[in-house]
Design a binder for this molecule. Structure first.
Ligand code: ZN
Ligand code: ZN
Ligand code: FE
Length: 741
């Protein structure tokens, strides 16, 4: 008889809550191995006892055949002396040191949908059907290791049938923590309405033009019929959100293709287990209300991702507006009581359920450009997945930026970016920010030794860092350097690059406001090589909200003869005030390219004041896509300064005779030419043939695709983001260089 050996494997990665132990059980039993498998808080531990050949086979197949949602980071192996086991078992979880990855929430799977559609099945039309391959995860987890009594499902006691599935290693629901059914699980109801058929009733209310709050996986949505112009208008009025596009949920991929162009890659992302909102080019808006996405050429579309979204669409043939239930970038509402209290002025009905949301998480927003997935907002379906770093960092917490905040907790070569948190100037968001940080530290068991914050003296995060200065080391990383570092860490690039940080605004090392920066260097350090010229802007936030003020500041400084020509954009008072502020030097100086987009948008009468972030730049981009030519404005680059005066001069001249879209396109082409020139110059200086793009301006798809294509034609290797947003949502990842070992 062959010799029996004992081997202990520790498997690290996303291996809990993804059907890993039943998979191990089945594999071990098939190979006639004895021993056990258990979840510990740091890993999945497997003891194998049997013939060496079978153990080798096990290890090979462990990697090759692991469950679809699992991600194996590494496997540690040790031969040990062990008592003799007579069978293979799944033994209770053990709590120990170390952290384990937590699975994000996963859209309902095909197998569950099939059961839900089967009249013979005991879960026929059950709104919370799930299995080890799908359903809620991060949003319901209270502690690790991931077990039912450490989730918000603990209050639902499994019935006999559910319990049997849960305990059967051969069932798809073996240790599926949210496992439940009509008899024992959560339920869904319309507040105040008794009905036999809740989904039919929801559809009736929607068709009737009503506005509904619907509790989802990570928070509430506000929903209405996207083809009902009155309903969408009413929603805009009630939510005090005049222009910012609403996301849509569509019944199926056929419906999406009716309204939008969908590439194979976009279809893959739409139908993926992460099920994000994908920005798709509008084919023909047809019956969708123009109020859904005014002045936009893209629709943000997602497919149903909970079982009850599907059940709703069984009675609906129209796209739904599905917008996050929050107020001006404050955290999304997640609790029933909160929803009823705070949404009463906005919605007519509430669709509620009694499975509590422990962690709020918004819908993710992505787009696909040139085959690359780009994040606008990284949240549901992706967070809290880790990003593997090309460097090692001390246990650290990067606090991120002020707007579009995310933070990142990290240790060794693992970084865990938080989901999108929001605007920290809002007290409620700040509270959620601090709570979520505490949750992360507890769940992932990383006690930070280093705190990294932005350099801005007035940021809330800077204040927060100060509070901890007696306990931990505090580091600061400049905002735009953090953008380039973020890109490099995101894609694991350790060599030197030419880095373009084209962005909104951030506090610079010279006390001025940066935002159009070109760096040379690597994660070991960046040198500012060039930047857009500083130009004066009167008023801080008020100028960002009113691009006409940026235009007046600029013209009054450099083209005073022209100022009267834009007088009609202002009240007398505002006109005089801005001019006076410029004359008295009550201005801030910035090199922000984002603000130059605002300037141009106002100069050519596209947008003079905005109601959501980057609106002026977005509408400028939309106008530019309507024109196709390759002309560009003259520009000067002298002593490391990219001057814009000649560009503005050209625009003012074109304005006499040319269409807005022509000028908008010419301006985009000019920025591409600048990037080409700068890259070529810096290549001659440094020999570097790799270029990186980061910063909010690269959310501009026209600019991103043109610049990438042109540089690649010139032989450059172009790096763009992959796992985190190019906007400020990616900053916290980049800040981690401050904690490099
Ligand atoms: Zn499933
Ligand atoms: Zn049950
Ligand atoms: Fe930024």
């Amino acid at each position: 008889m062959a010799k029996v050996v004992s081997v202990r494997l520790k498997v690290y990665g996303r291996v809990q809550g993804v059907g890993f132990r039943p998979f191990v059980y089945r594999l071990a039993t098939a190979l006639n191995l004895k021993g056990y498998v258990l979840n510990s808080s740091g890993s999945v531990e497997i003891l194998l006892q049997g013939e060496r050949e079978n153990i080798e086979e096990f290890q090979k197949r462990l990697i090759k055949e692991s469950p679809p949602l699992s991600v194996i980071d590494r496997v540690e192996r040790e031969e040990i002396d062990a008592p003799t086991y007579s069978d293979f078992t799944i033994t209770p979880s053990r709590k120990d040191e170390g952290f384990v990855f937590i699975s994000p929430d996963i859209a309902v799977c095909e197998d569950c949908l099939r059961e839900m559609r089967n009249p013979e099945d005991r879960r026929y039309r059950y709104p919370f059907i799930n299995c080890t391959n799908c359903g809620p995860r991060y949003t319901i987890i209270e502690d690790m290791p991931y077990d039912r009594d450490k989730t918000t499902m603990k209050k639902f006691k499994m019935c006999r049938l559910c319990k049997a599935e849960y305990e059967d290693p051969l069932s798809r629901r073996f240790h599926a923590q949210p496992n439940s059914c009509f008899d024992c699980g959560p339920s869904l109801w319309i507040e105040g309405i008794k009905t036999q058929d809740i989904f039919k009733k929801i559809a009736e209310l929607i068709k009737d033009g009503k506005i509904l709050a619907i509790k989802g996986l990570g928070g509430f949505h506000i929903a209405c019929d996207a083809t009902n112009n009155e309903a969408v208008k009413t929603l805009r009025e009630r939510k005090k959100r005049p222009h910012k596009p609403f996301a849509l949920m569509m019944k199926d991929i056929e419906m999406v293709k009716k309204y939008c162009y969908v590439t194979p890659k976009e279809e893959k992302v739409l139908t993926s287990p992460q099920s994000p909102i994908v920005l798709l080019r509008i084919k023909d808006i047809q019956d969708i209300s123009p109020e859904v996405a005014p002045h936009n050429k893209y629709l943000g579309v997602m497919l149903p991702y909970t079982p009850y979204h599907y059940l709703m669409f069984d009675f609906l043939d129209v796209p739904l507006v599905m917008t996050s239930a929050n107020f001006s970038d404050s955290p999304v509402i997640k609790d029933n009581s909160d929803a009823k209290e705070r949404l009463s002025d906005i919605v007519d009905f509430y669709v509620l359920h009694d499975r509590d949301i422990r962690h709020r998480v918004d819908d993710s927003v992505v787009f696909v450009e040139g085959g690359d997935l780009q994040f606008i907002r990284r949240a549901r379906g992706y967070a809290p997945d880790p990003v593997k770093l090309p460097i090692k960092v001390k246990p650290s917490l990067a606090l991120g930026p002020e707007l579009k905040n995310t933070f990142t907790l990290a240790k060794g070569d693992i970084a865990i970016p938080s989901p999108h948190i929001g605007d920290l100037k809002n007290q409620e968001t700040l509270d959620v920010f601090e709570d979520t940080i505490m949750e992360y530290i507890r769940l992932f068991r990383i006690e930070p030794d280093v705190l990294i914050s932005d350099m801005h003296p007035a940021y809330m995060t800077t204040e927060l860092a100060k509070k901890f200065k007696n306990y931990v080391e505090i580091k600061k990383v400049q905002h735009h350097k953090a953008h380039i570092y973020s890109l490099l860490l995101d894609i694991g690039y350790t060599d030197s690059v030419i880095g373009f940080a084209f962005d909104g605004t951030g506090y610079g090392e010279d006390g001025k406001i940066w935002g159009g920066e070109v760096f040379v260097g690597s994660i070991k350090g960046l040198k500012r090589a060039l930047h857009f010229e500083y130009f004066p802007i009167a008023g801080g936030d008020s100028a960002v909200m009113n691009p006409r003020r940026i235009a007046l500041s600029y013209l009054h400084t450099y083209f005073p003869d022209y100022t009267d020509r834009i007088k009609h954009k202002f009240s007398d008072f505002e006109f005089k005030l801005v001019k006076k502020m410029v004359e008295e030097g009550r201005v801030f100086h910035t090199s922000s390219l984002g603000r130059i987009f605002d300037l141009v948008s106002s100069l050519i009468d596209i947008r003079d004041s905005i109601t959501y972030e980057a609106q002026a730049a977005i509408e400028l981009e939309m106008a530019a896509t309507e024109s196709q030519h390759t002309k560009f404005y003259d520009f000067d680059i002298k002593d490391g300064i990219i001057e814009i005066k000649s560009i503005v001069e050209g625009i003012l001249k074109d304005k006499e005779s040319k269409e807005k879209s022509y000028i908008a396109r010419k301006f985009h082409n000019t920025i591409v030419e600048i990037i080409k020139d700068v890259a070529e110059d810096l290549y001659r200086e440094t020999g570097l043939k790799t270029v990186g793009f980061s910063g909010g301006v690269f959310q501009n798809r026209l600019l991103l695709s043109l610049a990438k294509r042109e540089l690649e034609k010139m032989g450059f290797n172009v790096l763009i983001h992959r796992h985190v947003p190019t906007n400020d949502g990616g900053i916290s990842l980049g800040q981690l260089v401050g904690a490099m070992e």
